[in-house]
Design a protein around this ligand. Structure first.
Ligand SMILES: [Zn+2]
Length: 339
């Protein structure tokens, strides 16, 4: 067998596709909070909707070329909030990739900024957008903002998509969130959660990002919650993320089997069931966890999303990859100049 449904990236940041090659930070970050301050919180401030369009389009195309047909995105662009979720959704639609959007509400820019984030989530959902209510993280939000986000999600019958206990700075998140969470919430990272944290929802494990930020190993087998896999914005190659999830699990417990990490990858289909009907034909005939855990270079030959072939003969049938790359490079230059 060499086919699977479309793979799902359960946590992505399409706004980060153009971060590659950005100027070095003003000083070398020594921990998680400084990484946020020197890289991501500078980058997100410099985004406008035009740059965001190319960032999302490039990210969607790079997801597709790895067989990922559905992305659960978490977005922030504090100086271009209004309309941003629709820009991401439209860019993905042009490539043909499915997306679930959320705007990461935060009080980092004062209560007025938080309000604007909530309004963007509401505007997008009200217009029939496929999404959730986003929250950056408890440690950058007031109680009032957390409660408003939870309330808005309930109103639209969707979950909240929130970073939780990624770094030590947010270790107190569970205490502040446990009366709010529901089964349809997406709890991202959970590195510093206690085993019995009392939060409901799916925990999304992002092994490469956790290594990259030096925050430690989440060791997700210790949780009762369902576990899914995300990339946290470092591409959307889900077979690669699965292999890395397995390697980290194995590093922690040498008796670990790849069936567990495969289960985490498969949980993406519970979060984004539409992807089950997508069909990816791979260049490798052993689609089972033990083979894939040790096989690099597995790539899609053909991809159908809905009933449309969107990838064939190594390229997109809908967009011209060289044009997307050229326009994205131009947008990246503009973005990097602002930094
Ligand atoms: Zn994230």
């Amino acid at each position: 067998m060499n086919t699977t449904p479309g793979l799902v990236c359960a946590h992505h940041h399409l706004y980060s596709s153009l971060a590659r090659g950005m100027p070095s930070p003003p000083y070398t970050a020594k921990g998680f909070t400084e990484i946020l301050e020197t890289v991501w919180w500078r980058l997100d401030q410099a985004l406008d909707l035009e740059i965001l369009h190319w960032s999302a389009k490039l990210g969607a195309l790079e997801a597709l070329e790895q067989g990922t047909t559905a992305i659960i995105d978490h977005h922030e662009s504090p100086t271009a909030i209004e309309g941003s979720l629709s820009v991401i959704a439209e860019a993905c639609a042009e490539v043909g990739v499915r997306v679930n959007c959320a705007y990461g509400v935060t009080d980092r820019h004062g209560p007025e900024g938080a309000k604007r984030g909530l309004v963007e989530n509401e505007r997008y959902l009200k217009n029939g957008g496929h999404g959730m209510v986003g929250v950056h993280a408890a440690f950058t939000c007031s109680e009032e903002t957390l409660e408003s986000a939870a309330q808005l999600a309930t109103e639209f019958e969707v979950g909240v998509h929130i970073h939780v206990a990624e770094g030590k700075v947010d270790a107190g998140a569970a205490e502040r969130l446990k009366h709010l969470t529901e089964e349809n919430w997406l709890i991202i990272h959970g590195v510093y959660l206690e085993d019995d944290h009392e939060l409901s929802g799916t925990i999304v494990h992002n092994p490469r990002s956790n290594m990259n930020n030096g925050v430690g190993y989440a060791n997700p087998v210790r949780f009762k919650n369902k576990i899914a896999l995300g990339t946290d914005g470092i591409g959307a190659n889900m077979l690669e993320e699965f292999r890395l999830a397995y390697a980290r699990h194995r590093e922690n417990d040498v008796s670990a089997t790849p069936e567990i990490s495969w289960e985490w990858l498969s949980a993406g289909w519970d979060l984004f069931p539409e992807a089950i009907d997508d069909k990816v034909t791979w260049n490798y005939g052993h689609i089972d966890p033990w083979h894939l855990a040790y096989t690099t270079g597995t790539r899609p030959v053909e991809i159908e999303i809905g009933d449309e072939v969107v990838w064939k003969d190594g390229k997109s049938t809908r967009v011209d990859e060289s044009e997307v790359r050229a326009k994205s490079a131009e947008a990246a230059r503009k973005l990097h100049q602002r930094l």
